[in-house]
Design a protein around this ligand. Structure first.
Ligand code: GAR
Length: 197
């Protein structure tokens, strides 16, 4: 599968995906909305194509996403992987790549969607949080779940220490989930993502 990876930040998940050398994907593009994202350096270090469009120059989410769609067209993508991409996708982009966008979220969805999930989880007092990889639909963090993994919150934990545990888990399960999606091993039954029998 020809894939693009979208990242806005440090790109440790991007790095984990690159390092996993998943045989069923070819990373044909790394896209960012931030020209100073460290993810871009990582992509360049691996000679991956990079494109940046800054959302600040667009009046609406739809205008920005329409420009992204124009940019992506020549890449003939089979899959878009959001890896710390901190923009909400408008329906324009979700519909253009229906069923072909996946995201990683640092919580056990449907708990704690949106931003600052780890802080939300700590403040709520949950004893377990985790990581969710899911298909992207038109809601915020509401799409069908591909894989989840649990992270325990212990009494001595801080936001930083939980985030560290979450990152470790993310770097394991995102490549795993991408391998599943890109090798045609799963299918959707209603909201449920199940292994093909
Ligand atoms: C990851 O923890 C990812 O789950 C989160 O951003 C971080 C990016 O880290 N994504 C979201 O919160 C999306 N709503 P990275 O840049 O080091 O991969």
């Amino acid at each position: 599968m020809r894939v693009a990876i979208f990242a806005s930040g440090s790109g440790t998940n991007l790095q984990a995906i690159i390092d996993a050398q998943i045989k069923t994907i070819e990373i044909v593009l790394v896209f960012s909305n931030k020209s100073d994202a460290y993810a871009i350096e990582r992509a360049k270090n691996h000679n991956l194509a990079v494109e940046v469009i800054d959302h600040k120059y667009f009046e609406s989410r739809e205008d920005f996403d329409s420009e992204i769609i124009r940019l992506l067209e020549p890449y003939n993508l089979d899959l878009i992987i959001l890896a710390g991409y901190m923009r909400i996708l408008s329906p324009v982009l979700v519909r253009a790549y229906k069923g072909k966008i996946i995201n990683i979220h640092p919580a056990l969805l449907p708990s704690f969607p949106g931003i600052n999930s780890t802080r939300q989880a700590l403040e709520y007092g949950v004893k377990y949080t985790g990581v969710t990889v899911h298909f992207v639909d038109e809601g915020v963090d509401t799409g069908p779940i591909i894989l989840q993994s649990i992270v325990e919150i212990e009494d001595r934990d801080t936001e930083e220490s939980v985030l560290e545990k979450i990152h470790k888990v993310e770097h394991q399960i995102y490549p795993e989930a991408i391998a599943l999606v890109s090798s045609d091993q799963i299918e959707l039954k209603g909201r449920r993502v199940v292994k093909k029998s």
